[in-house]
Design a protein around this ligand. Structure first.
Ligand code: ZN
Length: 256
């Protein structure tokens, strides 16, 4: 563990590398190492989150522009209608994509915020839709009905397991099940949580959290803290719970 921390904190990843992670272009080992660095480096983690935010905002903007272009083009009657629709939508999308690329290359702004303690792990999500199963990339679009499995990478201390997601409106607690005690898990290089969580139909950014707490949390505490987070922040903005637990989170998106 000491060796891992030393290795991952040795140097800060470049913007290009963070962008590679965002776009899911890295090899599994490189991705794991980079995520471990992000978990241990506040500055880079915030830099990465701001890229994700900007990309998402530009993505939303691209969709709006393309929609507006589509409507405008539809209003033009005539035989060249089809060509114009595609031309206008294509141009708007390319402009927005170029903006996304450009923003991704901006200088990082390193900020500071409260951080509790080390010992965090990495959270990986595996999605299942019909017969297709894949590892979710950061910020990736999922849809209601998709099944999500939680995989905890590098759990360094044993404790009680809590899993939930938050969107703009509400927390959804997956583990422990209602009126059940939390499961105790051991130190583990890779822990696949049994069972899967079905996503609801709500639209927008959503963040999954995994917490491993030394002691069981008082009943209702997780829900209360989650609701407080939702009242004050967007899911893209908060990656930790202010609770004394090892933890990790993962941001995804439900665009439709
Ligand atoms: Zn760093």
């Amino acid at each position: 563990m000491v060796a891992l921390v030393t290795m991952t904190q040795r140097e800060h990843p470049s913007d290009l590398r963070l962008d590679g992670l965002r776009l899911g272009e890295l090899e599994a080992d490189a991705e794991h190492e980079l995520r471990a660095h992000l978990d241990s480096c506040e500055a880079c983690s915030e830099r990465f989150e701001s890229f994700e935010r900007q990309a998402q905002e530009l993505g939303d903007q691209a969709k709006r522009l393309a929609d507006a272009a589509f409507i405008r083009a539809q209003q033009q009657a005539g035989t060249r209608r089809r060509v114009m629709i595609f031309g206008a939508a294509f141009t708007a999308t390319m402009l927005a994509l170029f903006g996304m690329y450009w923003v991704g290359r901006q200088d990082p702004s390193h900020g500071t915020s409260l951080r509790l303690k080390g010992g965090d792990f990495t959270l990986r999500l595996v999605a299942k839709r019909g017969s297709r199963q894949w590892t979710v990339k950061s910020g990736e679009g999922l849809v209601g009905g998709d099944q999500l499995r939680f995989v905890l990478i590098g759990v360094q201390r044993p404790g009680y397991l809590y899993l939930l997601t938050i969107d703009q409106r509400q927390p959804t607690i997956f583990a422990p099940a209602p009126n059940r005690p939390p499961q105790r898990i051991e130190k583990s290089a890779r822990f696949e949580v049994p069972g899967a969580m079905a996503l609801d139909k709500s639209i927008g950014a959503e963040r999954a959290f995994a917490l491993v707490c030394e002691k069981p949390l008082p009943s209702g505490q997780l829900d209360a803290v989650a609701k407080k987070i939702i009242a004050h922040n967007r899911p893209s903005e908060v990656k930790r719970f202010a609770l004394p637990c090892s933890q990790a989170s993962f941001l995804f998106n439900k665009p439709w």
